[in-house]
Design a protein around this ligand. Structure first.
Ligand SMILES: [Zn+2]
Length: 347
């Protein structure tokens, strides 16, 4: 039996919502974000490395037995992190691994849980005054019960922080330096709550000059770098305020996972790109005042995260007090087996 053969209105509605959220770069990017539904003791959750945008096109849901996983989380069993030992093999038609963030979904009691990397949420969640701003913006939403969760490594540490800071009624979780989790009884309820919360957090993007694509193409000619598929990604290098914000450090985990820590900058010498030295090529380089370029080995996830950085940075005021990930937090996101798997799946 698979999720598809056991389909009903709620499952189909969740797949539809997943596809809609996955198609909107302001809501989630690449393989980021995940959705789940709990039924008959099984947590059906997006598979690691798959894209929410593909939720209707293919089977991306993995069945995880809820009670054993929750017991493992409660005793801090490290196997709860990847959750592969709790997959129900009889139901797992796709054979994929569950999301890195499965344990976060498991500790939230609501039947439907959606986690997204909404850029407007991230722009608030990276701020030192983020919690106060979030509470102010959501103050008028009577049905919203909010928890502001400090930054933890995605997976088991984040799940523990979520469970420590929430009650059974909590239905909006703002994850510092990470994103948004919305829970509810039905898919329709969650979809409506996501729309209202994201709307309340919404801020206009600071305008940036247009890139000179012809000049950029000439600069990278003969180099190992290429242009991003979306010209919106250039804004982070074209707007000096966004560039200053992004240069402070890594703002959220998927940036580190897919683009590496921080922001590397290239220089232009004699009209040609000069990449900074490093043990490995930098997936993305910012050329201040010119645009950004991606290494030819960079994946579609890197493309999506390049666009995300421009979208997030443009929504942070220059004078906002921001928090960036520490070097130790960056290191624990790299050389992480579960992430290596996610990247190998996410072509
Ligand atoms: Zn996430």
């Amino acid at each position: 039996m698979t999720l598809a053969s056991n389909d009903d209105g709620e499952l189909l509605a969740l797949r539809e919502l997943s596809a809609v959220l996955g198609a909107d770069p302001l809501r989630t990017q690449g393989a980021g974000g995940n959705t789940s539904i709990k039924r008959d003791g099984v947590l059906w959750i997006k598979a690691s490395g798959t894209w929410l945008a593909e939720a209707l096109a293919r089977d991306i849901m993995t069945p995880v037995r809820l009670d054993p996983l929750r017991e493992a989380i409660a005793r801090r069993d490290p196997r709860a992190a990847a959750a592969v030992d709790f997959v129900d093999p009889d139901l797992n038609a796709s054979g994929l691994r569950p999301s890195i963030e499965t344990s976060v979904h498991a500790v939230i009691p609501s039947p439907v849980v959606v986690h997204i990397h909404c850029v407007n949420t991230i722009a608030l969640a990276v701020r030192r005054d983020g919690e106060a701003l979030v509470r102010e913006r959501l103050g008028r939403q009577a049905d919203v019960v909010t928890a502001f969760v400090p930054y933890r490594k995605p997976g088991l540490p984040l799940a523990i922080a979520v469970s420590e800071r929430s009650t059974v009624d909590t239905n909006v979780f703002v994850l510092a330096n990470h994103g948004l989790v919305v829970a509810g009884a039905t898919v329709a309820e969650v979809a409506d709550r996501i729309a209202r919360v994201c709307n309340a957090f919404s801020a206009p993007a600071r305008p940036a000059p247009q890139p000179d694509i012809q000049a950029l193409s000439s600069i990278i000619e003969g180099s190992e770098y290429r242009l991003p598929p979306e010209s919106a990604a250039h804004a982070v290098a074209l707007d000096p305020k966004s560039l200053a914000i992004a240069s402070r450090g890594s703002l959220y985990p998927d940036h580190v996972v897919f683009l590496g820590p921080g922001l590397a900058t290239g220089t232009i010498v004699g009209g040609r790109l000069r990449a900074p030295d490093g043990p490995r090529p930098f997936p993305m380089l910012a050329l201040p005042g010119v645009g950004i370029v991606l290494h030819r080995s960079a994946t579609k996830n890197a493309d999506a995260m390049a666009r995300c950085l421009a979208d997030v940075a443009a929504r942070i005021p220059e004078d906002a007090p921001t928090i960036v990930l520490t070097a130790a937090e960056e290191r624990e996101l790299m050389n992480w087996e579960a992430e290596t798997y996610r990247q190998s799946i996410a072509r």
